[in-house]
Design a protein around this ligand. Structure first.
Ligand code: S3P
Length: 170
């Protein structure tokens, strides 16, 4: 069985929808950021602060390779920046269906405004930052097998939409 790989910007619901998806399909959920945190014993924020973003991106690539080299049957929730390196998506795609969750900057701001664990959004104007990063990454996000617009949808609705696609291609 293939993996289901959830990609998309911060706040598009990858982790929440991923949990429901994994439960309903009886698959194991693996979260790339959580795996990095448990392997390094550091939070993502501390890795950014103490070692810088490039070091985090190296760890992210290592973890993407490690997770996708397993036997399949996983729901893999990735960090929003996984698309920044083509090699990450290439290895995740080898054994996985790439599902991209999209949302408007307004929705993303609403969903992320109270979070303290996203170093890239700890800036004076998070809305501008969200728009800037989304612009930079848009083409990469859209290079997925399935794209799901998540505005106005609950995590349950998003998970069920993914399940419909999954059943059709499996
Ligand atoms: C990032 C997204 C975060 C995390 C890190 C960088 C990004 O994950 O990997 O803060 O570059 O978009 P989430 O998308 O789960 O918030």
């Amino acid at each position: 069985m293939k993996n289901i790989v959830l990609i998309g910007f911060m706040g598009t619901g990858k982790t929440t929808a991923g949990k429901i998806l994994a439960k309903e399909l009886g698959m194991k959920l693996v979260d790339v950021d959580e795996e990095i945190e448990s392997e390094t014993g550091m939070t993502i924020c501390d890795i950014f602060k103490e070692h810088g973003e490039p070091s985090f991106r190296d760890k992210e690539t290592e973890m993407a390779k490690k997770i996708s080299s397993g036997g399949g049957g996983l729901v893999i929730s990735t960090g929003g920046g996984i698309v920044l390196r083509e090699e990450n998506i290439a290895c995740l795609r080898q054994n996985g269906l790439i599902v991209c969750l999209m949302a408007t900057p307004e929705t993303i701001l609403q969903r992320t405004k109270d979070s303290t664990d996203r170093p890239l959004l700890k800036v004076e104007n998070p809305y501008e930052k969200i728009k800037e990063l989304l612009n930079q990454r848009d083409v990469r996000y859209r290079n997925s097998d399935i794209t799901i617009e998540t505005d106005g949808k609950s995590p349950m609705m998003i998970a069920h939409e993914i399940i419909e696609h999954w059943k059709a291609v499996r």
